[in-house]
Design a protein around this ligand. Structure first.
Ligand SMILES: Cc1ncc(COP(=O)(O)O)c(C=O)c1O
Length: 364
């Protein structure tokens, strides 16, 4: 089966085998060495010297950890949303008692820095800004992070949190150079491992805010606990050891390939996917110039039912695409090209898409 969804992604055989190793004591020497090694590797991919915590959780756990650690009830927060995952941040802020200023942009667009600046300046109490880097539901990568960080940091004590769950490790996210305070990622995306681990980086600005936030209850996702445990080679709670074994191996593979080559491969394959899709007469949801190198969202032609297309591709052409989420359900499909992906996977995916559309009567 050609798994062409934007996560979980294909796990290379040798990574899967690494995960099948016998269990170890998670409070013992081997885990101590492994957490030191993987943390160093993850920091290298993050391009940061900041603390990076590895949580046993999916990406949403990392999002929840960011919100409960950075935001006290009643805090004013600016949430920038360009799709479903931005909306999830809005929900988290509401659920944990924040006063969110929601800045929503049309699906397929990136956010507009001028509008963000106006919203930020209009409310001098905002000390936390949340944004999605790569919006997996629309196939858009936001190009604004360095400028956004500069804007946020003009205000004393203000912190920028970036959801880079579906971009970091596949496209460059320069955490230190861009001065990003808190950055999230998830193991089932470009990291080439099974779902179940999530990463959170925090710089000094973020820790100061977290330590000052004593009124928001938190336990499993208390980042200080995770950071303190990691210093002694442990995690506060039982970790997903098998996925950790996988990560230990997948990081080796990424560094053997070289991160610049990993990024170049993603860009080349994404371009190949986009060109193939356009050559079928189809349109992308993302505006030209901000298309994601990890997932392509494809508008379906009139008369083509999204769910039928997914079924035909899977049943007849051994290819699994993702459907649209929320209001885009049935209107788009999403073609994932992140992680362990190569030319033949994209070529086969394009051929499956072409054949499935033809099966449903599309003349293109
Ligand atoms: C951009 C983005 N944010 C958050 C999430 C949520 O992560 P998870 O599904 O692992 O909880 C995803 C997962 O698809 C994502 O792509």
């Amino acid at each position: 089966m050609n798994l062409r969804i934007p996560g979980p992604t294909t796990v290379p055989d040798e990574v899967a085998q690494a995960g099948a190793a016998p269990m170890i004591n998670h409070r013992g020497r081997e885990f101590f060495d492994m957490i030191a090694r993987t943390t160093e590797g993850v920091k290298k991919v993050y391009q940061t010297t900041n603390d990076v915590m590895t949580l046993t959780a999916s990406g949403t756990g990392a999002m929840e950890s960011a919100v409960v650690n950075l935001m006290a009830p009643g805090d004013e927060v600016l949430v920038i949303s360009i799709g479903e995952f931005g909306d999830r941040l809005i929900n988290l802020v509401k659920i944990y008692g924040g006063k969110g200023t929601e800045l929503k942009f049309e699906q397929g667009l990136a956010s507009d820095l001028n509008q963000i600046e106006a919203a930020f300046n209009a409310n001098p109490n905002i000390r936390l800004v949340l944004v999605t880097h790569n919006e997996t539901s629309t196939g858009v990568t936001q190009p604004i992070l360095p400028e956004l960080a500069k804007l946020v940091h003009k205000r004393d004590g203000a912190v920028l949190m970036v959801d880079a769950i579906s971009s970091l490790s596949s496209v460059p996210v320069k955490v230190d150079e861009w001065d990003l305070d808190v950055v999230l990622s998830g193991s089932q995306k470009g990291w080439m491992t099974a779902p179940g681990l999530a990463f959170v980086s925090c710089n000094e600005r973020a820790w100061a805010k977290i330590d000052a936030n004593t009124s928001q209850p938190r336990f499993y996702f208390d980042l200080r606990r995770h950071q303190k445990s990691a210093e002694s080679g442990q995690t506060p709670w039982t970790p997903a050891v098998s996925i950790w074994f996988q990560l230990d191996h997948s990081l080796k593979m990424m560094f053997e390939e070289g991160m610049d080559n990993v990024y170049a491969r993603h860009h080349r394959l994404a371009s190949m996917c986009r060109a193939g899709v356009r050559s079928m007469g189809l349109q992308l949801l993302a505006t030209e110039g901000i298309e994601s190198d990890t997932v392509t969202a494809i508008r379906l032609p009139d008369g083509i039912d999204g769910q039928k297309l997914l079924n035909v591709a899977q049943d007849q052409f051994n290819t699994v695409f993702a459907g649209g989420q929320g209001s885009l359900r049935g209107k788009i499909i999403r073609f994932g090209h992140l992680g362990w992906v190569h030319d033949e996977d994209i070529a086969a995916g394009l051929e499956a898409l072409r054949a499935s559309l033809a099966e449903l009567g599309y003349k293109g």
